[in-house]
Unconditional design. Sequence first.
Length: 70
Amino acid sequence: MTMTFEDPDLTLNELFRRWRPTAQLFLDRRMHCFACPISPFRAVADACLEYKTDETALRRALRAAAAQAD
């Protein structure tokens, strides 16, 4: 089964590996997920809860960044 960008189980580590420009969005928001040792086990929703970030808005920005990477 191939994971897609919208898959809720997609780990942050995999997100950054597949769509490199998405990492900058986290860094711009001072979300240190890119360098976090648990990023292979966390998803976007987890990061949003941790950093009290609007998940809908972040996903919108991530979709735009991922589209540029394609």
